[in-house]
Design a protein around this ligand. Structure first.
Ligand code: HEC
Length: 144
């Protein structure tokens, strides 16, 4: 008897969760999303600052760098992209699985080797690519 009482509640909770999950995945993990929430922006900013710029340091001296400043990669991808979608798709495609064939920065591939894969999800990398597109990155004086 007690169990039967709880049944409608269970159904309600399950349907509630189901709906919630659907809306959420449509917003932030639909394969081609081009906008990020404030929370995604903050996370992307933190990931770029602590992780990408470890190698792509904006102001390190040439002797100390492990990769070119991120601004260099951004400018190259802007130059080959028709629009934001194109930019975000190309950057995501490279960063999720870097390869010599996909690389645009040929002289940097020669100098530093091809970038290592980082093991982040496609949605995380896509959010970072959108952040890079929308944000003025810190850059060395010689790029200003
Ligand atoms: C372990 C060092 C390292 C980290 C961490 C790293 N990169 Fe790279 N990245 C490189 C190197 C080296 C190159 C230059 C060689 C190449 O193009 O593969 C590069 C090149 C790139 C390029 C240009 C690729 C091309 O077309 O040649 C992009 C875009 C890029 N990185 C984005 C990122 C982003 C975004 C992050 C953070 C999520 C990141 N990288 C983190 C080392 C790193």
């Amino acid at each position: 008897m007690k169990k039967l009482f709880l049944l409608p509640l269970f159904i309600f909770v399950i349907i509630g969760f189901g709906c919630n999950k659907n809306t959420r995945s449509e917003q932030s993990t639909s394969p081609q999303f081009l906008e990020i929430s404030e929370a995604q922006r903050l996370k992307a900013k933190q990931m770029v600052g602590t992780m990408c710029e470890n190698c792509h340091h904006p102001t390190a001296s040439p002797d100390d760098r492990l990769a070119p400043p991120l601004e260099i990669a951004k400018r190259n991808y802007l130059a080959i992209s028709d629009d934001k979608a194109d930019f975000v798709n190309s950057v995501t495609k490279f960063v999720i699985a870097p390869s010599k064939e996909k690389a645009q920065l040929h002289s940097d591939v020669e100098e530093f080797g091809v970038m290592d894969p980082l093991g982040y999800s496609e949605a995380e990398i896509r959010a970072i690519a959108i952040y890079i597109y929308e944000t003025e990155l810190e850059k060395p004086d010689w790029l200003k």
